[in-house]
Design a protein around this ligand. Structure first.
Ligand code: AMP
Ligand code: GLY
Length: 424
């Protein structure tokens, strides 16, 4: 079969690479994709992810068996609804189901109604009321823009001043435009963070292996939040018991709740969780695969990925098999300046990919070379029998490369290393 992926980042590269390993797949197209994907046989299609009609025409013309949607924006624009209306198969939630990611206040409402453990919170549009609430609750406290903000609309405020400034900037100064005219103010949850994703089809939930992202831009979780600077899987300091509670008390009731609310969800449901002293609690939901989590999760999937999606689209039950031994680590290389205004056009090093796999994101071609063209440029991923071995492979290779005008975090997987050392 021929498949179409929508999106352009490292996540879509990892999805495409995994699908290409399936014996039932002939061709993989990615719209718009990026030129770094070509090394893995993915064919680029010059159509924007927001051009639904053009994408539909392409899928029909090329006899695409089904389409996989990577990013949140087309999902929230209703691409799944549009493809279905055109009689095409597509994997992802409908517009009303994707709202679990698109509106933090909707996600909170859902969690309240179905008793899903999450941080205590309140929604505001009025600054003076928000200010009053912040002053009553005190710091640390978390301020979130209600709508999409590419992972950057969250301020974990350590002081009252910081919290008030964040709320003021979002509500009064339009810091995130429309996305921030409504804010959610949330209790700060202390504990280790992890990402629990699952394939969901109505009430059926098929959990994936867990991973841990690194959202802050600098080592030691310093600096502003980004889309994610690196990830690893598994996460040894999070016990199986905690994951099981996450599946039973969070993912399964959410899937059921969405059906009850007439927003039945088909696609990848992503729960961002914090393992608190009272068990795992939700800090966010996404209606799609995470980036960079996908780049360390999918390499661990042993089942035929294309078959899994085909079966889900036919409402068949699936069984997922995962690699049990070893670790995957992925480190993002970003452009100097990211997550603010960043440099572009720098020439990127070449990789042999014997020890590591490279997933490209913000790149373009210039005279036959790949050059930087986005905030997060590429991710280097490796497998190791131990976490240490996987980290050594990634960092060992990166150290030999010219990474001028770019930077990367040197401590991806560091928290787990600390945990592992303490165990011994
Ligand atoms: P979000 O986009 O909601 O995942 O938030 C971005 C980051 O802010 C998360 O990955 C956490 O590191 C942090 N964060 C969000 N909400 C909370 C919370 N209630 N308590 C502590 N940290 C949080
Ligand atoms: N890595 C976080 C996200 O994809 O939202």
């Amino acid at each position: 079969m021929n498949l179409l992926i929508i999106g352009a980042g490292g996540r879509e590269h990892a999805i495409g690479k995994k699908l290409s390993q399936s014996p039932i797949v002939e061709k993989i197209y990615c719209a718009p994709g990026n030129p770094g994907m070509k090394k893995d046989g993915i064919q680029l299609v010059d159509i924007k992810e927001t051009d639904h009609q053009e994408l539909i025409d392409f899928a029909k013309k090329m006899a695409i068996t089904w389409t996989f949607v990577g990013p949140e924006i087309p999902l929230l624009n209703g691409i799944v609804d549009d493809f279905k209306k055109a009689g095409l198969k597509i994997f992802g939630p409908t517009k009303v189901a994707a709202l679990i990611e698109g509106s933090k206040s909707f996600a909170k409402e859902l969690m309240e109604r179905f008793h899903i453990p999450t941080a205590e919170s309140k929604t505001f549009t009025d600054y003076s009321k928000a200010k009053q609430y912040i002053e009553t609750k005190g710091a640390p406290i978390v301020i979130k823009a209600d709508g999409l903000a590419a992972g950057k609309g969250v301020v974990v405020a350590k002081t009252l001043e910081e919290a008030l400034k964040a709320a003021y900037d979002m509500l009064e100064k339009d810091r995130f435009g429309k996305s921030g005219r409504m804010i959610v103010i949330e209790e700060f949850l202390a504990g280790e963070e992890f990402s629990l994703l699952a394939f969901v089809n109505g009430t059926a939930v098929y959990p994936m292996v867990i991973s841990q992202d690194h959202k802050c831009v600098y080592d030691g979780d310093k600096g502003p939040n980004t889309g994610g600077m690196g990830a690893y899987s598994p996460v040894p300091q999070i016990s199986e018991k905690i994951v099981e509670i996450g599946v039973k008390q969070i993912l399964e009731p959410v899937a059921k709740g969405m059906v009850e609310m007439n927003r039945s969800f088909t696609g990848v449901l992503y729960a961002g969780l914090i393992a608190t002293a009272d068990g795992p609690k939700v800090i966010e939901f996404n209606a799609r695969f995470g980036d960079p989590e996908t780049q360390v999760i999918l390499p661990r999937l042993k089942s035929d990925f294309a078959q899994v999606i085909s079966d889900l689209l036919e409402n068949k039950a699936v069984e997922l098999t995962w690699e049990k031994e070893g670790y995957h680590v992925g480190v993002v290389v970003a452009a100097e300046g990211y997550p603010d205004k960043y440099l572009t056009g720098m020439r990127l090093p070449e990789f042999l990919e014997e020890e590591v796999t490279v997933y490209y994101a913000g790149v373009k071609e210039n005279n036959g070379n790949l050059v930087g063209d986005g905030g997060r440029i590429y991710l280097v991923e490796a497998f190791g029998r131990t976490l240490e071995e996987a980290r050594e492979k990634v960092y060992g290779v990166l150290q030999t490369k010219n990474t001028v005008q770019t930077f990367y975090r040197k401590d991806i997987g560091g928290k787990a290393m600390k945990g592992l050392a303490e165990d011994h």
